[in-house]
Write a protein that binds this ligand. Structure first.
Ligand SMILES: *Cc1c(COP(=O)(O)O)cnc(C)c1O
Length: 446
C-alpha cells in the first residue's frame, strides 16, 4: 500500500489568512456556535494529509500542532483511512457492553503490550482523555479503598468535573465552573526553568512528597496523577530523577502512580511512552489523543489486579471503544511500527531542538527551549528576566499563523509556543515551517 501523502507536502498561500470563505464561515459560526468553544485560528479546514491542512480557500498550511498531538501518524494516514472506512461499512456500533467485537480486544492487547512494564495488564476503552482520567481515578479509589488524589501544579487532565479539579489552571479551564470534585490535593511540580537553580529531580520529588505527607497522608491517598512531561501546562520536562523518586515513594506506600500519557504517548517523545525514558513503570496509564489517528478513543491500562478489582459493570459507557475508532487505532499502530515512528520522533526532535536552542542563544526573549522528541517548545520572557511574556507568545503564534504555519501556545502563564508536528512530517517541510517560526521570533527583538 502507498504510505505517501495524497496532498503535496508544501506550504502554499493563495489568499490572505483567513481567506474569504473562512471569513464567511466565521460569520455563520458566530450566530450558531456557542462562544465558549473557541478556535486558535479561524481558518476553516476542508481536508488534510500528512502534515498539510488545506483550507476552504485552497491555502495549504503546515500543521505543527497535529490537532493537539492527535495525528502523530499524519492526517488521513492511509492505514487509518482504510481500516476505519472498511469498518464503517460493516459495523458502526453494537456497544461493547451489549455485544462485544474483536477490535476492542485487539486494541486492549496492544495497549497491554506497549505501555511501560512487562507485568500482567488489563485495559478499558473510553471516548476522550478526560473520561480516561476520571476512570483511572475511579479504579484507583476502588482498588485501594482510599479517597485522596494528588495532582501537580501546571497539570492539565481535561474538562469534566473531576478532570477539571485535577487541572491546575483557572483561566480558561475552571473559571466560574465550580464547585469542583473534592479530595483533590496539589503538589509542586519539578519545573527546572523556574525552580531554584540546580534543584535535582530527587530534591523536587522530596519537596512534593513533603507536601503530600503533611497535607494528605499516604494512608488516605489512592493515587498520584502525573503527566510525565506536562502538555497544556507548558511542556514542562521534570528534572531527571523526579519521576523515579515519585514512583518509588508511591510503591513504598501503596499509592498508585497514574501516568497521564494522553499528550506524550504513542511515539511522540521518541519512545512509545514518555515514562520509558527513565524506565518508570506506572500502575495505571491513561491514553487518548495519538492513539487512533484522529478518531475519538481513549484507554486506561494497568496492573491486572488493580484493573480487575472493579466489579463487573462498574466501568464502561455507551460508545467507549467504538469499533470504527478501534479499527483506526489498529491502523495507526501498524503505521507507527511500519514507519518506526519512535525513531521518526527522535529525528524530528533533533531538528526542532537544534533550531530552538539556536533561538534561545540568539534571542533574549526566549528564556528556555525544552522538550523531548517531537514535543518541543520555547518559553518567552521579558528580555533578560524570567518574567513570563504571554503577549510575545501570542505575537509569535499570530505571525506563524499569518504565514501558514499552525503552532499552538500553552503554559500556566500563556507564554509558551509549542510544536507537536506529525511524526511523519518531511524534513524539507519541517525546515520551511521552522524558518517561519525563527522569523516570527526574530520580529520580537525588532
Ligand atoms: C488533552 C489532554 C487530556 C484531556 O483529553 P480530552 O480528550 O480533551 O478529554 C488529559 N490529559 C492530558 C495530558 C491531555 O493533554
Amino acid at each position: 500500500m502507498d504510505d505517501g501523502a495524497r496532498i503535496p507536502q508544501r506550504r502554499r498561500l493563495v489568499t490572505e489568512l483567513p481567506g474569504p470563505r473562512s471569513r464567511e464561515l466565521e460569520h455563520r459560526r458566530g450566530r450558531a456556535v456557542a462562544q465558549g468553544v473557541s478556535s486558535v485560528l479561524p481558518v476553516y479546514v476542508a481536508e488534510a494529509s500528512g502534515a498539510i491542512l488545506v483550507d476552504v480557500d485552497g491555502n495549504s498550511l503546515v500543521d505543527l500542532g497535529s490537532g493537539i498531538a492527535v495525528v502523530g501518524v499524519g492526517h488521513t494516514a492511509p492505514r487509518v483511512v482504510e481500516r476505519a472506512s472498511s469498518q464503517v461499512a460493516r459495523l458502526t456500533h453494537s456497544c461493547f457492553m451489549v455485544n462485544p467485537y474483536e477490535a476492542y480486544v485487539a486494541v486492549c492487547e496492544e495497549l497491554n503490550e506497549l505501555t511501560p512494564g512487562s507485568h500482567e495488564k488489563r485495559s478499558a476503552l473510553f471516548n476522550s482523555g478526560a473520561e480516561a482520567v476520571e476512570n483511572a481515578v475511579k479504579i484507583a479509589r476502588h482498588a485501594t479503598g482510599r479517597h485522596a488524589v494528588v495532582a501537580f501544579d501546571h497539570a492539565y487532565h481535561g474538562r469534566t468535573n473531576l478532570a477539571m479539579a485535577l487541572t491546575a489552571k483557572n483561566m480558561p479551564y475552571k473559571d466560574g465552573f465550580g464547585p469542583f470534585a473534592s479530595s483533590i490535593y496539589r503538589a509542586p511540580m519539578s519545573y527546572p526553568f523556574r525552580d531554584p537553580a540546580g534543584m535535582t529531580g530527587d530534591e523536587a520529588a522530596a519537596r512534593a512528597i513533603a507536601v503530600v505527607e503533611s497535607q494528605v497522608g499516604a494512608r488516605n491517598l489512592a493515587c498520584v496523577v502525573v503527566e510525565p512531561i506536562q502538555g497544556e501546562g507548558g511542556f514542562v520536562v521534570p528534572a531527571s530523577g523526579f519521576l523515579p523518586a515519585l514512583a518509588a515513594w508511591c510503591a513504598e506506600h501503596g499509592v498508585l502512580l497514574v501516568a497521564d500519557e494522553i499528550q506524550t504517548g504513542f511515539a511522540r517523545t521518541g519512545d512509545w511512552f514518555a515514562c520509558d525514558d527513565e524506565g518508570v513503570v506506572p500502575d495505571l496509564v491513561t491514553t487518548a489523543k495519538g492513539i487512533a489517528g484522529g478518531l475519538p478513543l481513549a484507554g486506561v491500562t494497568g496492573r491486572a489486579e488493580i484493573m480487575d478489582a472493579v466489579h463487573a459493570g462498574g466501568i464502561g459507557g455507551t460508545y467507549g471503544g467504538n469499533p470504527v475508532a478501534c479499527e483506526a487505532a489498529l491502523g495507526a499502530l501498524t503505521t507507527m511500527r511500519e514507519l518506526d515512528l519512535p525513531a521518526a520522533a527522535r529525528r524530528v526532535g533533533a531538528i526542532v531542538a537544534g533550531r530552538l536552542a539556536a533561538l534561545r542563544s540568539s534571542s533574549p526573549s526566549v528564556g528556555d527551549a525544552r522538550g523531548r522528541g517531537a514535543m518541543q517548545a520555547i518559553e518567552l520572557v521579558r528580555p533578560g528576566t524570567t518574567e513570563p511574556d504571554a503577549a510575545a507568545a501570542r505575537s509569535v503564534a499570530n505571525r506563524c499563523h499569518r504565514d501558514g504555519v499552525v503552532v499552538l501556545t500553552c503554559g500556566t502563564y500563556g507564554n509558551v509556543v509549542r510544536l507537536l508536528p506529525p511524526l511523519v512530517i518531511e524534513e524539507s517541510l519541517l525546515a520551511d515551517a521552522l524558518d517561519v517560526l525563527v522569523t516570527a521570533v526574530g520580529a520580537l527583538d525588532g
